[in-house]
Ligand binder design. Sequence first.
Ligand SMILES: [Fe+2]
Length: 294
Amino acid sequence: MESLHLPNVTHFFDPATSTFTHVVEDPASPATMVVDPVLDYDPHAGVVATHSAARVLRHLRAQGRRLDWIVETHAHADHLSAAQWLKRESGTAPRVAAGARIVEVQQCFRDLLQLGPGFPVDGRQFDHLFTDNETFTVGGLQVQVLAVPGHTPDSVAYCVGDAVFVGDTVFPPGYGTARCDFPGGDAGQLYDSIQRLLLLPDHTRLFLCHDYPSAGVAPQSLSTPAAQRSGNLHLKGGVTREQFVALRQARDATLGKPVLLWPAIQVNVRAGALPEPDASGHRFLKIPLTGEST
Ligand SMILES: [Fe+2]
């Protein structure tokens, strides 16, 4: 899709969760969109902090940007979203949005976490839910939303001119692709979604959601369809859908749960809001016991 302008993109990397937050700027106006802001969380201390999101906010203020949209590529299982903090602190009433199938993730985790009938599962925690191929604007930039399910059902990518924010689909080529063993995940759908992204022109800038660099190596935030087709660990050599599904499922069977799965999901299905305090004024996150080991 052609946008009126090409966006300027600044990224912030959170080494604690290996996550990129991307700031997408209209060069012709102050209009700005933030993709996947991170809320810091120390699971040992039970403390949330806003150092990562505050870096983004300082950048916005220093550059005279106006935050219009805060968008999530999916309900992340590896970090908590800072969307509500950033919305509140920005002072510019940005809309917080995600893919429409977030409601399926809400339904699933309402049941798994016993969040009760009072927990809404219609997506109302978000200001807007995007359907496949929906378009919206950030100043003079046009954004097209592409549904890219597979890692999660609600996964979406955001296409802005020559830039695409791919979420958890492909990682840097040497690291492969996203896992598909979360509830509602599907390796065949991820293959199809990735093919959709790899059909984009070869000059497309694919902005990644994660990298897991070795010590001393800079994280890689950017790739291209050509680099992914020729070099991605899980896709190169013309891997078929059937081969990919077998490979992905075998790899997923070896992976443990993400450390922050339960805290992250509980906040992210609330669009980045913390659970409400109880009568004592304290907030709690639930951690289900899912088995016993002897
Ligand atoms: Fe993810």
